[in-house]
Design a protein around this ligand. Structure first.
Ligand code: TYD
Length: 201
C-alpha cells in the first residue's frame, strides 16, 4: 500500500491557515489534525500551553510542544500515513522553530535535535505558509481572552513571522509561501495548484 501524502499548514495566529487546512483535507479526503492538542495527552498539554496565567519557561514550553508532537506523530499521523491515508495538519514542526526558536530565543540547534527525536522520519511532503503582516493578523484576532501566544507583543509575532519566512527559504522545495492577505479564493486556487502536483495515488 502506498504511503499517504502529508501536508502541514503554518503561519502566525489568525493567518487563515485553519480555514485552508480544513478545505484541503476535505477536498482530498485526508485526515485533518492539529497541534498542539489533537491526542488525549495533547489536549491536556494544550490547556497548560495556552494558559497565559501559568508561568512556564521558554524551554519548558518548547519541550511540552515537542512532547505533544511526539505523541501526535506516533499515535495519529504516522499510523494514518502507513495505512495509506493522507494527513493535513494545522501546525507542525516549523511552529516550534518559529515560536520557541525565533520568537522566544530557545537555541535552534537544540530544538532541531529534539524535533528529530519527536518526529523521526515523519516529515511533511509539503509545508504551506500563509504569510500575513502581524498588524493584519492582530486586527483579525478577537481582543478578549487572549491566550499565552496571542497576548505576546507585536515584536514577538514579528520574530515568529520572520522565522517562518527564513525556514521556508532554507527548504524552498518543500514549502509553498503565499501572501495570506489575498482573497480566500485566490489563496485556495494557488494551494490547489501546488497540492495537485504532489504524488497522490
Ligand atoms: P493554534 O491552535 O494553531 O492557534 P491559532 O489557530 O490561533 O493559530 O496554536 C495555538 C498556539 O500555539 C499558537 O499561538 C501557536 C502556538 N504554538 C507554538 O508556540 N509552538 C508550536 O510548536 C505549536 C504547534 C504551536
Amino acid at each position: 500500500m502506498s504511503r499517504g501524502v502529508f501536508i502541514a499548514f503554518e503561519g502566525i495566529d489568525a493567518s487563515g491557515k485553519s480555514t485552508q487546512a480544513r478545505r484541503v483535507a476535505s477536498k482530498y479526503g485526508a485526515l485533518l489534525t492539529f497541534e498542539p492538542g489533537d491526542t488525549p495527552m495533547g489536549a491536556q498539554l494544550r490547556t497548560w500551553l495556552l494558559d497565559a496565567t501559568l508561568l512556564m519557561t521558554s524551554q519548558s514550553e518548547a519541550l511540552l510542544m515537542l512532547a505533544d508532537r511526539a505523541q501526535h506523530v506516533a499515535t495519529v499521523i504516522e499510523p494514518a500515513l502507513v495505512a495509506g491515508r493522507s494527513v493535513v495538519t494545522d501546525r507542525f514542526a516549523a511552529s516550534t522553530l518559529a515560536y520557541q526558536g525565533y520568537g522566544r530565543g530557545v537555541d535552534l540547534g537544540g530544538l532541531i535535535a529534539a524535533t528529530n527525536m519527536a518526529v523521526g522520519s515523519c516529515i511533511p511532503d509539503l509545508t504551506i505558509l500563509l504569510d500575513v503582516p502581524t498588524d493584519v493578523a492582530a486586527a483579525r484576532r478577537a481582543s478578549n481572552n487572549a491566550d499565552r501566544f496571542e497576548s505576546e507583543s507585536q515584536d514577538f509575532h514579528d520574530r515568529v513571522r520572520e522565522g517562518f519566512l527564513s525556514l521556508a527559504s532554507m527548504n524552498a522545495e518543500l514549502w509553498l509561501v503565499l501572501d495570506g492577505t489575498q482573497d480566500e479564493d485566490v489563496i485556495a486556487g494557488l494551494i490547489d495548484e501546488r497540492v495537485a502536483a504532489l504524488d497522490w495515488f
